[in-house]
Structure formats: structure tokens, C-alpha cells
Design a protein around this ligand. Structure first.
Ligand code: C2E
Ligand code: CA
Ligand code: CA
Ligand code: CA
Length: 277
């Protein structure tokens, strides 16, 4: 047992060192990567469960690293948040998603909203409103084809800045949803304060869904309905989960069962197919 303990410790420190090294090299590399155009967006379909109709996409950023290949966001977003680069990276994400959506619309493909994730750092930065308004103006995209995903931690700060920012975003006409709903704080007061449109049921609740008496999922769906909000389930991986969600009154879903995040060319294929339905 002692031996095992010691080698665990060695693995642990080796892992820590590797991660510390990665962090150091990423810190320096992220800004250059942005300048060199190494970030790409993948698009995950959001569908109506009943008939599979495409109702939108969520844009998810990846780093196309010259040596490491495709790096997932969990490995660099926290670092970008610490260094402040998230503001410039987040601006690129908003602009790229708006441009891509407008390009598809100009090609005669169906008009669906694309949802973009906002980090708290980005939300509290004074450039946010100008960035969103600018991305819409430059691309010519209708505001309701852009959805912004906020987290509960953003909305927990019920100060003037937060209230004003959310109201102004709403005035611009963009759609607002609350990501990872149910995982953050237990105070639901903010739901009444902010003009949001939709709750995204976190995948941790969907994963455990195996009967129609699931208290948490039922409660979130009821809450959304009672407040007049939309509701979409994330991380739906099986037909059974989809069936239960529909039975519980949640008509919209996103997850591997319906489609993985796709590079733009493949997402375009999904839109084309939608046009032919
Ligand atoms: P998220 O916003 O909760 O995004 C959903 C994550 O779940 C994505 O991981 C997606 O690929 C994954 N996913 C989708 N369907 C399923 C499923 O059926 N099963 C499972 N197990 N997973 C599924 P991804 O792309 O690695 O993104 C991770 C997180 O990184 C996102 O979580 C989001 O918080 C953050 N992120 C991604 N893109 C951006 C961005 O542009 N800006 C910011 N600030 N954060 C981003
Ligand atoms: Ca999200
Ligand atoms: Ca989520
Ligand atoms: Ca998340």
C-alpha cells in the first residue's frame, strides 16, 4: 500500500508539472494563436426532439494547434480568462459566429440562431456591448439569430452593471440563455430580475435521467414553463433520454444522440439537409 501511495504521489506531481508547463506555454501561445488564426469554431446542432428539426447551433471554440492538433476549450479557456485574453478571443468568437451565420443565410440556407458562450470576464468588460453591436452591424446578421449563453455566476451579481448589460443586450434583440442551469447557485431570484429567454438543463442532470419521476429535471422544466421561458436539455446521448425529456415537457435538445459539434463544412451539410426536408 505504501508503494502504491508513493507512486500515486509521483504520478500526481508529474501530472501537475505537465499541467504547469502546458499552462506556461499556452499563456504565451494563445495571443499568437489568435493573431495567426489558429482558432476554429465547431457547431453543435440543437433540435426539436419530436421531429428532429434543426432549431439552432451552439458555437464551440477549438484551438487548431500546429503541434498538438485540435485542443479542446477546457484546456485553454481558463488560461485565457486568467490572462485577460478571453476578451479578444471572445470577440473573435462572436464575430466569426455572426459572419458564418450570415454567409450561410446568403447561400439560401435556413435561418437558425447560433449560440455563443460568454465568459464572466468577457461579460464584465466594458467592450462587450460595442463588440456585440459591431459584430451584428458588420455581418448584417439579424440580432435574433445570435444567442448569448450566460452562466448563473454572471447573473448572481445583481449589481447595476449586470442589470444594465443584460437589458442592453436584450434591447439589441439578441437571445439570452442560461448555460449549465442548476449547477451554479441556489438563488433563483435572478430569474425574475433578468429578461432571459431560455434555460439550458445541464448535462449532469440529463445523464442521470432514467425515469419520468426525475425530480430535478421535472422541476427545472416546470420552472421554465411557469416563468414563460424556453428550455433545452444538453448532453442528450440516448434515445431513451430524449423520449423521457419529451414526456416531461422539454421539447428541445442538444447532445451526441442528435449530433456532435461539427466543423463548419459539415454543419453546412446539416443546414442543406434541413432545406430538403
Ligand atoms: P458547454 O458550454 O457546457 O458546452 C457543452 C460541452 O458539452 C461541449 O464541450 C460539447 O462538445 C459537449 N457535449 C455536447 N453534447 C454532449 C453529449 O451528448 N455528451 C457529452 N459527454 N458531452 C457533450 P466542449 O466543446 O469541449 O466545450 C467545453 C466548454 O468550454 C463549454 O461547455 C464552454 O463552457 C466552454 N467553451 C466552449 N467554447 C467557448 C467559447 O467560445 N467561449 C467561452 N467563454 N467558453 C467556451
Ligand atoms: Ca454552452
Ligand atoms: Ca452547458
Ligand atoms: Ca459547461
Amino acid at each position: 500500500a505504501k508503494e502504491a501511495g508513493r507512486s500515486d504521489y509521483r504520478f500526481f506531481t508529474a501530472d501537475l508539472n505537465a499541467r504547469a508547463l502546458e499552462r506556461l506555454s499556452f499563456e504565451g501561445g494563445l495571443r499568437a494563436a489568435l493573431e495567426h488564426g489558429e482558432f476554429v469554431l465547431h457547431y453543435q446542432p440543437q433540435v426539436a426532439i419530436a421531429d428532429g428539426e434543426l432549431i439552432g447551433f451552439e458555437a464551440l471554440v477549438r484551438w487548431q494547434h500546429p503541434q498538438l492538433g485540435l485542443v479542446p476549450p477546457n484546456r485553454f479557456i481558463p488560461i485565457a480568462e486568467d490572462s485577460g485574453l478571453i476578451v479578444a478571443l471572445g470577440e473573435w468568437v462572436i464575430e466569426a459566429a455572426c459572419r458564418q451565420n450570415r454567409d450561410w443565410q446568403r447561400q439560401g440556407l435556413p435561418h437558425v440562431p447560433i449560440a455563443v458562450n460568454l465568459s464572466a470576464v468577457q461579460f464584465r468588460h466594458r467592450a462587450l456591448l460595442a463588440t456585440v453591436a459591431g459584430a451584428l452591424a458588420e455581418s448584417g446578421l439579424a440580432a435574433d439569430c445570435l444567442e448569448l449563453e450566460l452562466t448563473e455566476s454572471i447573473l448572481m451579481q445583481a449589481d447595476r452593471v449586470t442589470l444594465d448589460t443584460v437589458s442592453y443586450l436584450k434591447e439589441l434583440g439578441v437571445q439570452l440563455s442560461i448555460d449549465d442551469f442548476g449547477t451554479g447557485y441556489s438563488s433563483l431570484g435572478y430569474l425574475k430580475r433578468f429578461p432571459v429567454d431560455k434555460l439550458k438543463i445541464d448535462q449532469s442532470f440529463v445523464r442521470g435521467l432514467d425515469a419520468a419521476d426525475d425530480v430535478i429535471v421535472t422541476t427545472i422544466i416546470g420552472l421554465a414553463h411557469n416563468l414563460g421561458l424556453g428550455v433545452i436539455a444538453e448532453g442528450v446521448e440516448t434515445a431513451e433520454q430524449a423520449r423521457l425529456l419529451l414526456e416531461l415537457g422539454c421539447g428541445e435538445a442538444q447532445g451526441y444522440h442528435f449530433g456532435r459539434p461539427l466543423p463548419a463544412t459539415e454543419a453546412r451539410g446539416v443546414l442543406l439537409h434541413e432545406n430538403e426536408r
